[in-house]
Design a protein around this ligand. Structure first.
Ligand SMILES: Cc1ncc(C[n+]2csc(CCOP(=O)(O)OP(=O)(O)O)c2C)c(N)n1
Ligand code: SF4
Length: 273
């Protein structure tokens, strides 16, 4: 680890519990590098997670952190942001945590456009509980609970977030780390609900079940199958078969929830006078 980044980690909590080759460490590194590049004040940041391998990240990160209940990170984060609007609130969550049990919280946080940055460590599977399929497991892929192939269609998490009202949405991968750091920086700079779908790798469950090889092969798979949204626009549909899009998908300015809520508080207080 680069020496200047050590201050962002609870060094006494390392080594981490992630499997060798897990992509979550790369993604945690990207979050920290984005924070460092933006020179954000360390004690003005609160990192909140749910439960899962992904959600272990705040335990290693040297900020005010909250490891909450499965799927409820955004509910806790909403409370924190309302109570302490001066904080930069970052949610680190897994695809199961965010899109399955926490799916309802996700759509409503996006709808409210509350100023929270959500980074989804998306490894296409429930890693921590040994590889059950999640809403991000592609149709036909194998999982512990889909030994003959997953019959459910998977969400496009970015489209879901955009449709629900998120005002900054991007997707990056563990392989394209520098680009991912940039997206996280943009998301942190954005006022409103921002979501970065950070595609991870879980060699232990998703990789093994789907015969994708070791961690290096899985990262190479990301390199070969990710297509930038600007390139994709110029390609015929058949060239995009089996590929997935990365890039900045959406950015807009909308009233931010905490500010709108403050106006209501003021109105109510004036009404009482
Ligand atoms: C209410 C509740 N239901 C189920 C669980 C069990 N559980 C813990 S982590 C997890 C899945 C985590 O998957 P994901 O969010 O995709 O993160 P990953 O481990 O893959 O990083 C589940 C189902 C729990 N802790 N609490
Ligand atoms: S089970 Fe998968 S997601 Fe969890 S630590 Fe291991 S490789 Fe990472």
């Amino acid at each position: 680890m680069q020496h200047h980044l050590e201050k962002y980690f609870r060094m006494d909590k390392l080594p981490h519990i992630w499997c060798p080759g897990c992509g979550h460490g790369i993604l945690m590194g990207a979050v920290v590098r984005a924070i460092d590049n933006l020179k954000l004040e360390q004690d003005k940041i609160c990192v909140v997670s749910g439960i899962g391998c992904s959600s272990r990240a705040p335990g290693y990160m040297n900020f005010d952190t909250l490891h909450t209940t499965h799927g409820r990170a955004l509910a806790f984060a909403t409370g924190i942001k309302l109570a302490k609007p001066e904080l930069k609130v970052i949610v680190v969550t897994g695809d199961g945590d965010c899109a399955a049990i926490g799916g309802n919280h996700l759509i409503h946080a996006a709808r409210r456009n509350i100023d929270i940055t959500t980074i989804v460590f998306n490894n296409n599977i429930y890693g921590m509980t040994s590889g059950q399929y999640s809403p991000m497991t592609p149709k036909g892929a194998y999982a512990t609970t889909a030994p003959y192939g997953n019959v459910d269609r998977n969400f496009d998490l970015c489209k879901l977030a955009m449709a629900a009202g998120a005002t900054y949405v991007a997707r990056g991968t563990a392989y394209h780390t520098n680009q991912l750091i940039k997206f996280i920086e943009d998301a942190l700079n954005h006022k409103g609900f921002s979501l970065v779908d950070a595609v991870s790798i879980c060699p232990t469950y998703f990789g093994r079940k789907n015969k994708l090889g070791n961690a290096i092969n899985m990262l190479k798979w990301q390199k070969d199958h990710a297509v930038s949204v600007s390139v994709a626009e110029k390609l015929p549909p058949e060239k995009l078969e089996g590929k997935f899009l990365i890039g900045k998908f959406h950015k807009s300015e909308e009233p931010e929830y905490v500010e709108e809520y403050d106006k209501i508080i003021k109105k109510a207080q004036e009404g009482r006078k």
